[in-house]
Design a protein. Structure first.
Length: 142
């Protein structure tokens, strides 16, 4: 099935997953907006929205991870008022390690999703697929 741009739906979805790695939120939001407005292929619509949801999920997890050393830094700044302090560098190193691990998982996942998308297939990710199905209505008035 071809999109209105003249490329296959699978190729467009694969490009969207690659844009999630290399392009950032502006590019993803433009791709999602275009597909939701101009395309009628339900698989393409759900797949492109899925790319955005997964991207957002990884950003939220990363933000929550870095909230830990930020909170410890805030506490340490407060304690510095009273000439007290503590070291939390081990926690910061653990958070960096976990975030680096998330970056690797994110890249591998998006590359796999891009490869699957070329043949119009996908990898089931339970909570993401349920979220997309719940909030994206096909063929119904909203």
């Amino acid at each position: 099935m071809k999109t209105k741009l003249g490329i296959s739906a699978g190729a467009f979805a694969a490009l969207t997953f690659l844009m999630a790695i290399y392009g950032g939120y502006t590019v993803i939001l433009l791709a999602i907006g275009y597909v939701l407005i101009a395309e009628r292929n339900d698989w393409l619509r759900s797949t492109v929205v899925k790319a955005g949801v997964i991207m957002l999920f990884f950003s939220i997890v990363s933000t929550l991870l870095y909230a830990i050393p930020d909170l410890l830094g805030w506490i340490n700044s407060f304690l510095n008022i009273f000439d007290k302090r503590f070291s939390y560098s081990v926690v910061t190193n653990i958070v960096r390690f976990l975030d680096d691990t998330l970056v690797i998982i994110r890249r591998v996942l998006f590359l796999l999703l891009a490869l699957f998308a070329l043949s119009m297939k996908t990898i089931k990710i339970g909570f993401v697929d349920k979220f997309v199905a719940k909030h994206l209505q096909f063929g119904e008035d909203k």
